[in-house]
Design a protein. Structure first.
Length: 83
């Protein structure tokens, strides 16, 4: 993850399309990689579990999806009641 790009995203300095693509990249790639790294390097050693192959990226993505993490695009809609 590039800190300067994250700073632009959080500072709302990106164009909407670029911000949407960046957010999709974070949810689809960065979050599963971070979960995989955490499970393999922190969680498994802490519970004295030795895994020779680790977990796959697709398994990390499945866990995140199973827990409700997913990329969704929200559009703001305007409603006029005619008055």
């Amino acid at each position: 993850m590039k800190p300067e790009k994250l700073a632009q995203f959080t500072g709302k300095e990106m164009l909407p399309n670029e911000a949407e693509q960046y957010l999709k990249h974070l949810v689809d790639n960065e979050m599963p990689l971070a979960l995989k790294k955490y499970v393999e390097l922190q969680l498994f050693p802490q519970i004295h579990l030795r895994i020779t192959w680790g977990i796959s990226l697709s398994m990390a993505q499945w866990w995140l999806h199973h827990e409700g993490f997913q990329y969704t695009s929200h559009k703001k809609g305007l409603y006029f009641d005619g008055t």
